[in-house]
Design a protein around this ligand. Structure first.
Ligand SMILES: [Zn+2]
Length: 307
């Protein structure tokens, strides 16, 4: 009975406590859920902020990269502009497609970049064939491989004909021009940039490169008469020097070279050399490379450097 009574009271109490407990739990659950949601929101917001920041940083990095690229392009373009033309022929219409007939002179100039690149295409005639450089002002004695092979044949035949005589070079390729007036060409205008040319001398006849000593230099006379058989020409004959022997250089529209050098021989290949030496387009007289190129229609304007 006592127990029954107590049970009755306890039941009511329990119901009240139970009700309160359920309410408390419900309130707690709601509170927890709400706060969790808020934390999630906060985290998301924080994440979003971080992402935005990261994006901004990425954009900033990208912008810097793009600016750098633009800068590189600009400096490349400006270097191209400063080199004269955007093409890789060094600003000279003959160097890209003329091969052994390329023309470099005060009207058909090349850039220093082109000259530096040309150097990498050449071989040493000293190392390959033992041809000595008489005055090693330029050091490497470099030449185009095909021209060098023909140079070696030519000098070997000279030595056979003149026993005990050996021709040496006074530089072949030159990266830098010279500025000593009539007999020289400044950087960008020299035939020595072609890699197809050598100044030649037989020291037995003297080492001065002086046209007034021509009579004594049997090797220059021999070269003038025979070099075309090996594909070489007397590049600057007296008849084509043009005008008086003083500055300015007389490189005219008709084919004058402006230079007179009895020691300067240029490889153009046997066919062209034969036509130039025998004057096919010059009434049987020794031609100039300039005049020859005009006559065969490869260049249109010798004065303004146009093909
Ligand atoms: Zn020369």
């Amino acid at each position: 009975m006592k127990t029954k009574k107590l049970t009755g009271i306890n039941k009511r109490k329990l119901m009240i406590f139970g009700g309160v407990f359920v309410v408390i739990i419900a309130v707690l659950v709601v509170a927890v859920v709400t706060s969790t949601k808020q934390i999630g929101k906060n985290e998301k917001a924080a994440d979003e902020t971080a992402l935005t920041k990261l994006d901004e940083e990425n954009v900033a990095v990208k912008e810097v990269e793009e600016k750098t690229e633009e800068k590189e392009e600009t400096s490349e373009e400006s270097s191209k502009k400063s080199s004269g033309k955007v093409s890789d022929n060094g600003g000279n219409c003959t160097t890209g497609s003329f091969g052994n007939l390329m023309l470099i002179n005060p009207n058909f100039t090349v850039t220093t970049n082109w000259i530096a690149n040309r150097k990498t295409q050449l071989i040493s005639v000293s190392k390959k064939y033992g041809i000595k450089e008489g005055k090693s002002s330029n050091g490497d004695n470099l030449m185009d491989a095909e021209a060098a092979k023909h140079l070696n044949e030519m000098l070997s035949d000279y030595s056979k004909e003149y026993a005990g005589h050996t021709m040496v070079t006074r530089s072949c390729f030159r990266q830098v021009g010279t500025s000593c007036g009539r007999l020289c060409a400044k950087t960008g205008t020299s035939d020595h940039h072609t890699g197809l040319t050598c100044d030649l001398v037989d020291p037995e006849y003297g080492t001065n490169l002086d046209t007034s000593e021509y009579k004594n230099h049997k090797e220059w006379q021999w070269l003038r008469a025979n070099s075309y058989k090996y594909g070489f020409i007397d590049r600057f004959p007296e008849a084509w020097a043009g005008g008086s022997m003083s500055e300015p250089l007389n490189v005219d529209a008709n084919g004058s070279t402006g230079l007179f050098e009895t020691w300067h021989f240029r490889y153009v290949g046997i066919t062209a050399a034969t036509e130039i030496a025998t004057g096919k387009y010059n009434n049987g007289k020794y031609d100039s490379l300039e005049h020859y190129l005009k006559q065969i229609g490869k260049v249109s304007d010798l004065k303004n450097g146009k093909c």
